[in-house]
Design a binder for this molecule. Structure first.
Ligand code: SF4
Length: 62
């Protein structure tokens, strides 16, 4: 599983980072970005939770 953040949609609320700090980080623009290329098996649940919790639907998974 991979996750990515649509920089056009992210509002920098930090929810995804609070949920999954191993998977997301703030970039220099104050927006979230994925920290990892591939989501480790034991973080998949966190990744799904972050996707569902994003208020703008900015996180996509594949
Ligand atoms: S939860 Fe969504 S809007 Fe908030 S920082 Fe993460 S990607 Fe951006």
């Amino acid at each position: 599983m991979k996750v990515s953040v649509n920089q056009e949609a992210c509002i920098g609320c930090g929810a995804c980072i609070a949920i999954a700090e191993d998977l997301f980080e703030m970039n220099a623009d104050g927006l979230s970005q994925a920290k990892v290329e591939e989501v480790p098996e034991d973080k998949v649940e966190q990744a799904n939770e972050a996707v569902e919790s994003c208020p703008t639907g900015a996180i996509t998974k594949e």
